[in-house]
Design a protein around this ligand. Structure first.
Ligand SMILES: NC(=O)c1ccc[n+]([C@@H]2O[C@H](COP(=O)([O-])OP(=O)(O)OC[C@H]3O[C@@H](n4cnc5c(N)ncnc54)[C@H](OP(=O)(O)O)[C@@H]3O)[C@@H](O)[C@H]2O)c1
Length: 289
């Protein structure tokens, strides 16, 4: 199978390139320097060049807070780019795996969200990703929408790196304890995408590491695994840490479809985090104490 990965320099895109190539798929990556997917002809040109059987669409405008003021850029990078990619997939008969987000939900459901619950975003980033999902759902070619959340992996910036850096700079860190979600390790999600694609799964699927936590609990585990005292992490409420974009309070993605389909989920988030921290320790000697 020939696979084209968009956003191949991003956190998930990098992992997809590695995982799909290692599984023997002919895999090519494209990113912004190859063309802006929001521009009219980029997607059709890239697909005509690569001639893939499937596109894994990891490219996105992912700056959640900036999206509130850069509304046009977020709309272009998420909604317009995906609409144009969909058109190219339809014209060239290419299957599409589209990556989406827990932020398409409002986060008011304490038990989290199953795949078929209605979209109800509360910030602009979530609204643009919801519009992208709507475009994918109209496709006549086989499509998957895989929603994920709280991604960390081999990119320059993510929550794990931020907490580790701040633990090296400050005695205590205040982290919100009233937003709950599912941390997800990009290499584990890439491996899950491989299982979904090789299994011929279609439709909407929730793909995260198993388990959930608050950002505070996530930060404590990052500290503990890095050899720092977890009590240096201090809980606070979202109200005392305002951000430009509202965040869902509870955006647990329930993977009801994986169970129905008999597809193995990604491992527990604590296991994933331990592997990532071990990788960071080995590759970026950093003391947290
Ligand atoms: N990160 C998370 O916590 C999270 C959570 C839930 C869902 N997701 C979704 O998961 C997917 C992968 O996220 P990620 O964290 O791997 O993203 P990422 O690291 O931000 O990578 C996205 C890549 O897409 C490129 N890109 C942006 N706009 C583009 C455009 N118009 N045309 C072509 N390329 C473009 C970016 O280039 P530049 O860097 O040069 O702009 C970047 O290399 C996205 O769909 C995202 O919405 C992410």
């Amino acid at each position: 199978m020939r696979t084209l990965v968009t956003g191949s320099r991003g956190q998930l895109g990098q992992s997809c390139l590695q995982v799909f190539a290692a599984a023997g798929h002919s895999t090519e990556g494209v990113d912004l320097h190859d063309g802006d997917l929001a521009a009219p002809d980029t997607a059709s040109r890239l697909l005509a060049q690569a001639r893939p059987d499937r596109v894994i669409h990891c490219a996105a405008y992912t700056a959640v807070d900036r999206a509130e003021t850069e509304r046009d850029a977020a709309e272009a990078g998420n909604a317009t780019a995906t609409e144009r990619l969909c058109l190219a997939c339809e014209e060239q008969d290419v299957a599409l795996t589209h990556l989406s987000t827990d932020y398409v939900f409002a986060g008011t459901a304490d038990a989290g969200y199953a795949e078929d619950e209605p979209r109800d975003p509360i910030n602009w980033y979530g609204a643009t990703k919801a519009r992208a999902e709507e475009a994918v759902e109209r496709l006549p070619v086989p499509w998957q929408i895989v929603r994920t959340s709280w991604l960390f992996g081999h990119g320059p910036a993510n929550f794990v790196r931020t907490i580790r850096r701040l633990l090296g700079e400050r005695e205590t860190l205040t982290v919100v304890d009233d937003q709950r979600g599912c941390p997800t390790y990009a290499p584990d999600l890439a491996a899950l995408l491989l299982r979904l694609i090789e299994g011929g799964v279609t439709g909407v699927v929730h793909g995260t590491n198993v388990g959930h936590c608050t950002w505070y609990e996530f930060a404590r585990e990052i500290a503990r695994l890095g050899g720092a005292d977890p009590d240096r992490i201090v809980p606070c409420a979202t109200a005392s840490f305002p951000t430009p974009a509202r965040r869902p309070a509870c955006s647990i993605l329930r993977d009801t479809r994986l169970a129905e389909l008999g597809v193995a989920p990604a491992p527990d988030w604590r296991d994933a985090l331990a592997r990532y921290v071990a990788w960071l320790d080995e590759n970026e000697e950093r003391s947290l104490s």
